[in-house]
Ligand binder design. Structure first.
Ligand code: G6P
Length: 609
């Protein structure tokens, strides 16, 4: 949801900013812009609606020399996505330039006041008020001006500010939106996320809410909104730059689909021993609190909510506690009973989804135990947590989530097994059987991905249909919904996921020879029932695509196309059954020529409610 990047140091800023924006484009791509302090002391600004390529085409390699600089890629909230509303924005003097991710909630009243004082606004954005507000506070000390201005605003922000009178300084600040400072050798960086600056430094300071960073080539000073200076830890990032690049794949989406065997391996590391014993050391410190839990809610949005759905099934099944999935954007406004005996598990790849963070705050206020499952070290969600379980999946760049989903499911499975062991609700034998099954997943995932050529042919055949229906039962139900979501996101084809048994209660009316039905029909307790539902669809002449287990000799009586996946215990199967659905969505999207890595209207992390 908007990406920001800043550079201060001896090099020309423009190429560093543009490369940084390229790695942040997943956060939004409605417009892009940069500001650079040129060698003759002026602020050069170029900004263009649309993707970063529009900006780079326009610059045509002619960005001016100079430093420092700031850059922005936008996901529009206030003001349509045109050149004028693109960031950076300036003050009336043209000496100050500013970029912003977030929403200034009281911008209208500040704007009215500033306009009355004679300030001239050129955009419809909430952001521009910050530039003018800082202008009113500026007496030569940029950090102090930013601090004074931020004390008057409400809302969420990560900002980067530069000024012609400060060649060796950029100022950043954060409130409820991520911002990191990169510490280079004689240079400094600001960025929304690590990949933007990974090429230049692996040492970062993850700013806290309310921090203001005075970033200079010789170091960074951090102040609170009241002016107190504070020290923050330096975090060393272990991701490699290759992990943030396409590495020969046509799209990040495809690369990340193929990274899944490795991501699963990394996710299991340190958590399942060769004997199949599962333990999440991250939960040890809250063992006493977990011991008294009487109910569990797992909260997430989009793809993360489907991972949460699988997790809720397993906790209920293995631990015997009432457990349910909660959609982040609904939970806060219609909260279920939450008390000190409630465990809330927040699931978010980015760790910054506002709709997920809000109910976690509520849960914390009501005394619940909060565990979070996220991919991004130090992300906002980790601040809400009593314990944090990282996905360890490496950076996910493509907007549609693949490897994060699979590792979210995996972490939730491990949490369920951890709780089952602690409470003695599963026998040692079953615990180890599942643990060993988890350890075989990297190999089985790699085998499953070898189905890609079959799925590509299938996708090309179905690429022009208008609607798809996906069905599954038990843990297959959330996978049906995730398969449908992936298809919608990537290919813009209408798709719905249903509990297989619900098909006959309505959606069956949609079926005809032009509407394929994708059925998750892998081996397990619900297999026969799913096959019955498939038969009902077959009788209505719908083309059937089944995801079935290797060795199934029945399903091809009903399905035109069967994708045979390796056998896994039913509760573990979602990690495998989702893989062909990801490939299907990807290949349909490629066949239809959509923008696979950056689907229209979406952003990878959504920091507004
Ligand atoms: C956005 C993305 C989705 C994603 C959801 C949750 O809506 O477009 O693909 O599933 O956010 O993201 P999170 O970072 O919280 O897992």
């Amino acid at each position: 949801m908007c990406g920001i990047v800043g550079y201060v140091g001896p090099r020309d800023a423009a190429p560093i900013l543009i490369e940084g924006l390229r790695r942040l484009e997943y956060r939004g791509y409605d417009s892009a812009g940069i500001a650079v302090l040129t060698d003759d002391g002026k602020v050069f600004i170029e900004k263009k609606a649309g993707k970063l390529n529009n900006l780079t085409d326009h610059l045509n390699g002619n960005a001016p020399a100079g430093h420092p600089g700031i850059g922005h890629t936008r996901w529009a909230t206030h003001g349509s996505p045109n050149d004028t509303n693109a960031h950076p924005h300036t003050d009336c003097t043209g000496k100050l330039a500013l970029i912003h991710n977030g929403i200034i909630e009281n911008y209208a009243e500040i704007k009215t006041r500033l306009v009355a004082e004679g300030h001239r606004f050129s955009s419809e954005t909430d952001t521009e008020v910050l530039a003018h507000l800082i202008e009113t506070k500026y007496r030569g000390d940029l950090v102090e001006a930013v601090r004074a201005a931020l004390n008057e605003v409400r809302g969420a922000y990560a900002i980067g500010v530069m000024h012609t009178e400060h060649r060796d300084r950029i100022v950043g600040a954060r409130m409820n939106v991520p911002l990191i400072v990169g510490l280079g050798d004689g240079e400094g960086f600001l960025a929304s996320d690590v990949p933007a600056i990974l090429e230049h430094t692996k040492n970062v300071v993850i700013l806290h809410e309310g921090d203001i960073a005075d970033v200079t080539p010789s170091g960074t000073r951090i102040l609170l909104l009241d002016g107190t200076e504070v020290q923050r830890d330096v975090t060393e990032i272990h991701w490699s730059i290759e992990a943030a690049e396409k590495g020969g794949f046509a799209h990040f989406t495809l690369k990340e689909i193929y990274e899944q065997p490795h991501a699963i391996q990394e996710c299991l590391r340190g958590r399942v021993d060769p004997g199949g014993n599962v333990s999440l050391p991250e939960l040890d410190a809250i063992a006493d609190r977990l011991a008294v839990i009487e109910r569990v809610y797992i909260v997430g949005c989009g793809t993360a909510s489907y991972a949460a759905h699988v997790g809720a099934y397993l906790i209920q099944d293995w631990v015997g506690l009432p457990a349910s999935m909660q959609v982040g954007s609904e939970m806060r406004y219609s909260p279920p009973p939450i008390d000190a005996k409630t465990l809330i598990i927040g699931v978010s790849q980015s760790g910054e989804t506002a709709d997920t963070l809000a109910p976690l705050k509520l849960a914390e206020e009501r005394g619940a135990t909060v565990v979070v499952v996220t991919n991004v070290v130090g992300s906002a969600i980790t601040r809400e947590a009593d314990a944090v379980c990282y996905l360890q999946a490496g950076p996910e760049i493509a907007v549609a989530s693949t490897k994060a989903f699979v590792t979210q499911v995996l972490v939730l499975e491990m949490i369920a097994l951890h709780l089952a062991r602690a409470r003695g609700t599963l026998s040692d034998n079953r615990l180890r059987t599942y643990g060993r099954a988890l350890r075989s997943l990297p190999r089985l995932a790699a085998e499953t991905l070898e189905l890609a050529p079959q799925i590509k042919k299938l996708a090309q055949r179905y690429a022009r249909v208008r609607d798809f229906i996906f069905i599954g039962r038990g843990v297959g139900f959330p996978i049906a919904m995730e398969g449908a979501l992936k298809l919608k996101e990537l290919s813009y084809v209408h798709a719905e996921g249903y509990a297989a048994g619900e098909l006959k209660h309505g959606p069956i009316a949609l079926l005809d020879p032009e509407t394929p039905l994708v059925a998750i029909a892998t081996a397990g307790a619900v297999y026969d029932k799913v096959v019955s539902n498939v038969a009902e669809a077959r009788a209505r002449s719908a083309p059937i695509i089944a995801i079935a287990t290797v060795g199934d000799d029945q399903i091809d009586h009903y399905a035109q196309d069967v994708i045979y996946v390796p056998e896994t215990p039913e509760p573990i199967s979602p990690v495998i059954t989702v893989l062909p659905l990801q490939l299907l969505a990807y290949e349909v999207a490629v066949a239809r020529g959509t923008d696979v890595d950056q689907p229209r209207n979406l952003a990878k992390s959504v920091t507004v409610e």
